[in-house]
Structure formats: C-alpha cells, structure tokens
Design a binder for this molecule. Structure first.
Ligand SMILES: [Zn+2]
Length: 404
C-alpha cells in the first residue's frame, strides 16, 4: 500500500510519528503497519515532562490493533529511550498504547466494550487471544476506575453473599442502594468482610459512620459485622430472606408428613408458591387435597398470613400484626413453624425496620440479575479476583475512561 497518509490520519498520529510502511500478507491474513520518527526527533521525558530530549536508543515493539476488516492488524515501531538531563535514560510513552500493553488503546477499548457484554472466554475465542491477556486488561481498567470511585454520598447499603463456585467459595457484595451499584466485593461471608468494606469506604471518600441503613439476611456474621464496623447503621432484615425461613419451615413440615400422606407426593412446589402464581393444573391439584386435615396445609396458611405483614400500613400496625401472627404460629403444634416463628421474633426489630427503611436486597434494581450475568460472563474465571473484577465491570457503574 502506498497511501500511508490515509493510515496516518486514521490512526490519529501526530508529529513526529509517521506511517512508513504497510504490508498486507494475504497468506497470513495479517496487516502490518510500521511507524517511525525522523532522525533527530526529540521527545518529552515521561518522568519530569522536560521537552526536546534526544534519543538515546530504541527498542522495536509490536501492538495488536483493531482488525483491518477480518484480518488481524499490528503496529510496529521503534520506541525510543530518551536522555533527560534530570532523569537520565527513560523509555517514552507512545500515544497509541499504554506502557507495557501489547494492545493499542483502541483495541483495548474495543475489547472492553465486548467484555461488558459477552463472556470473557468467548471474547478470547473471537479475537484469538489467550484469556489471561484479557483478564489483565480488565483488571487494569477496573482497578483504575475503582481508584477514582467516590463513595462520599453512600448512606444505605445492602450486603449479600453469593456462591462463587459450586457453593464452596463465597464472595460478599456491598451495594449502594440509592445508586444500585456494587461498591465493594470481597471473598468470604464472615464479619471480617464488613471490616474490609468499612476500610474500602474510607479509601473512597466514604465514611462508615455515614452508613445509616443496612439490609442483610439474618446471618450472625453480618449482624456482628454491622454492629462492629457500621456503628450508626440500623439493620433491616431482607424480607426475601425472612420469607425463605418460613418457606423452609413449610417444606420441612411437608417432608415429614409425606411419609404418612401419599397425597403429598409431587406437591413440593405448590407450597413454596403463592396461590396467584400457580398454573391451572397446580391450582386444581391444591384444591383436590384434603386441606382441612393436612399439617402442610396449615403451615402453608401460616406462611400466607405472614406475607400480609408487609401489607400493613404503619409500623405500629405491623408490630401488632406480627405479635398476633407469632401467637398463632407458636400454637400451631408444627415444630418447624414454631422454630421459624421464634427466629423471626428474635430478629423482630430488624424485621419491623422495613416499615421505616423500605429496603430489601431483592428490590435493588437489576443488581441480582447483573451479578448472575457477571458469574456467567466470568465462567472459567480461574480466580475469585477475576470474578470480583467482572462484578465491578458489569454492576459497579464505574467510569472506565476508555479512549473514544
Ligand atoms: Zn526527566
């Protein structure tokens, strides 16, 4: 190709850089663009900013660039080391790539755009690069963006754990409820995760004392972590976790009763759902059961009644409702239900806090689905560090500052 001027413009190269050659290898389906600078060119010191430093020597380097149609494209250039009066011999920064990256900035921007939308392994396949190279880029941009992150306005936080790999490893997520963004992700699900969060908050202009509301499940670890490290926070127990405790109790009642009552076979999901979400067939099945005599049906009624708690109009009415429900549940003669009721009673203040805070983890818009999407994108992620980076990338609302 002779018209290297076109490439010069397309690459946005400024003086003294010039496109000196461009070779297309049809067999290898590869485009190689060679850049150089005229003899006697002077460069700015990357360390102190001194201008017009002479070239000491050069080191030929290659960067992968955006594809030329379907063909891979590479830039090659002699990168000068300059001699600065103040700093000595230094390698300069080229305008088209980050220091020590094997990709141009534009190629990285293209990769990051894809990585926000597709699994890492799939992007790696598409561009024909090893995924470890892509992970390095993700970490660079995510780390840099997290360094700029501002948490000074954060006052309400949801804390939730998610299983990383087949339930063995966990990461705990700290979500800014008002901005619906993941602020912090860390390994484990113990009280120490909250200490790490408080520290991370302080590193981003936030303050643990600013956190006034926290939404968690009833795990003793999160309760203790909040009390120790977020001392100003009121706890709301996530209503979906509270319901889960009751659903588990209903299921225990069913399992025990099923041994004697064959009619309960295949009914597990009936009792875990609400009547209005049943299919016509399931509703008919439910109607056909001898609900007057089944313990499971009684447990189910107590569960449905508990859901009405959240329909109460005032905190006072809610407290009175919970008291009546507790009396009913603890007189049900159904041990799993009695135990669930006692658990809820013990955590009463955090259950009722909902009537002031109206926060629930499941209600934070899109976060759960984003985290699930992140886990899918990170499939084969090799390390929890990689998983955390993807969570930040898709759910952190970070400003990545990619080249346009
Ligand atoms: Zn210098």
């Amino acid at each position: 190709m002779r018209d290297t001027g076109l490439l010069q413009v397309a690459l946005g190269l400024g003086s003294p850089w010039q496109v000196t050659a461009c070779d297309f290898d049809a067999k290898a389906q590869q485009l190689d663009i060679r850049l150089d600078f005229p003899a006697g060119s002077r460069f700015t010191c990357p360390h102190c900013g001194a201008t017009a430093c002479p070239v000491h020597d050069t080191d030929t380097t290659t960067w992968r660039h955006l594809n030329f149609f379907q063909h891979q494209a590479y830039l090659h250039a002699r990168v000068p080391r300059i001699r600065c009066d103040a700093c000595g011999v230094r390698k300069i920064d080229v305008p088209w790539a980050r220091r020590d990256s094997g990709f141009t900035l534009l190629f990285e921007a293209y990769l990051m755009a894809m990585l926000g939308a597709m699994p890492v392994a799939q992007v790696a396949d598409m561009v024909g690069e090893h995924d470890t190279r892509l992970w390095r880029i993700i970490h660079h941009y995510v780390d840099a963006a997290r360094e700029r992150m501002d948490a000074s306005d954060v006052t309400r936080v949801a804390i939730d754990e998610t299983a990383a790999k087949r339930g063995h490893n966990y990461i705990t997520l700290f979500v800014d409820i008002d901005e619906a963004r993941v602020l912090f992700a860390t390994e484990g699900k113990d009280a120490a995760t909250v200490a790490s969060f408080a520290k991370d908050l302080a590193a981003h202009q936030g303050d643990a004392d600013n956190i006034k509301e926290v939404c968690i499940d009833m795990s003793p670890a999160f309760i203790k972590g909040t009390a120790d490290h977020l001392p100003e926070a009121e706890i709301t127990f996530d209503r979906f976790h509270v319901m889960k405790i009751i659903n588990q109790a209903v299921d225990q009642v069913r399992r025990a009763e099923q041994r004697e009552q064959a009619v309960l076979k295949g009914t597990r999901y009936l009792w875990l759902r609400n009547p209005n979400t049943l299919s016509a067939r399931q509703a008919a099945l439910l109607d056909s059961l001898p609900s007057q005599t089944l313990k499971t049906a009684r447990a189910y009624q107590i569960k449905l009644a508990f859901q009405e708690l959240y329909q109460q109009k005032t905190p006072k009415k809610a407290a009175a409702f919970l008291k009546r429900w507790y009396f009913w549940a603890t007189h049900s003669r159904l041990p799993p239900i009695i135990e669930a009721a006692r658990t809820i009673r013990q955590h009463q203040s955090g259950v009722l806090r909902w009537f002031h805070s109206h926060i629930a983890n499941g209600l934070i818009e899109g976060i759960n689905s984003l985290v699930q999407a992140a886990k899918a994108k990170a499939r084969g992620y090799r390390s929890l560090r990689n998983l955390k980076a993807i969570v930040y990338l898709v759910a952190g609302k970070l400003e990545l500052q990619l080249p346009a």
